[in-house]
Design a protein around this ligand. Structure first.
Ligand SMILES: NC(=O)c1ccc[n+]([C@@H]2O[C@H](COP(=O)([O-])OP(=O)(O)OC[C@H]3O[C@@H](n4cnc5c(N)ncnc54)[C@H](O)[C@@H]3O)[C@@H](O)[C@H]2O)c1
Length: 258
């Protein structure tokens, strides 16, 4: 028996990295998954491999959320799980942050999550059998600490951390069984990070540096983030809402690299 048997899930940014691992894990555990992304070819391939449905979606655009949720409700009749995973990183210190960069990062990483929560709650409260659902928002270790070369990114992830609590409290008071939690990855071994390492000219040194940030001595895998999402998406976490799940190999617990 799967831990998500019969559940209807949406995972955004599911074409690669953490979103892909989460979509694969959810499907393996019995969920019917709708995958969304802006990388259509990759998203369609993953969806085909796991028996899911792929939909093109820019999470920063509200009409695309309306259309997505309508489509899922038409096909599946309910929505049980949303993982707001899609995100972008654009490096810039506060001195170098152009308004265009700021607006783009906030639009995808924070406004996209807000829109997802808004439309998912509206759907989950009408589920047959009564209101029920679980929303998982992917924040970051930068929801707690500042990244000098990521002013907009840090602001967006801090916003996701507290937005999650507002959604959680509203849903708990109004509907009792609709939950919302955030997951905070540390240094994750994703294709995106590997590409950045490769581009640096010294991939081994970069990998060693990122590994040294986490006291466990290695980077965290996408699967380890997917497993945290699985717990929060499943009924095993039925009393967990407004919580922050830090998956950072001990990074934040340490006062420096050890
Ligand atoms: N990789 C890390 O070290 C790390 C650490 C902390 C937090 N995170 C967060 O985890 C999440 C997933 O990141 P990842 O590392 O798997 O990166 P990734 O680049 O592999 O995945 C992000 C996905 O989001 C998609 N996407 C980008 N803009 C979009 C948009 N407007 N609409 C829909 N989809 C869009 C991308 O096409 C991509 O497939 C992000 O929110 C990221 O900020 C990652």
């Amino acid at each position: 028996m799967g831990r998500l048997d019969g559940k209807i899930a949406i995972v955004t940014g599911a074409a690669s990295g953490i979103g892909e691992a989460t979509a694969r894990t959810f499907a393996r555990e019995g969920a019917r998954v709708t995958l969304t992304d802006v990388q259509d070819a990759k998203g369609e391939t993953v969806a085909r491999e796991i028996g899911g449905v792929y939909t093109h979606q820019d999470v920063s655009q509200e009409p695309q959320w309306t259309a997505l949720i309508e489509d899922v409700l038409r096909r599946e009749g309910r929505l049980d799980i949303l993982v707001n995973n899609a995100g972008v990183f654009m490096g810039a210190t506060i001195e170098d942050t152009e308004l265009e960069l700021w607006n783009r990062v906030i639009a995808v990483n924070l406004t996209g999550v807000m829109l997802g929560c808004k439309h998912a709650v509206r759907a989950m409260k009408t589920n047959p059998g009564g209101p029920k659902g679980s929303i998982v928002n992917i924040s970051s270790i930068t929801g707690y600490i500042g990244l000098a070369n990521g002013a907009a990114y840090t602001a967006s992830k801090g916003g996701v951390r507290l937005l999650t609590k507002s959604v959680a409290v509203h849903c708990a008071r109004q509907y009792k069984t609709i939950r919302c939690n955030s997951v905070h990855p540390g240094a994750i071994d994703t294709p995106m990070n590997q590409a950045a390492f490769d581009a640096s000219g010294n991939p081994d040194e970069m990998r060693a540096f990122f590994s040294s940030l986490q006291p466990i001595g290695r980077m965290t895998t996408s699967q380890e983030i997917a497993d945290a999402c699985l717990y929060l998406a499943s009924d095993e976490s039925s009393s967990v809402t407004g919580a922050e799940v830090l998956v950072d190999g001990g990074w934040l617990a340490a006062s420096g690299p050890i």
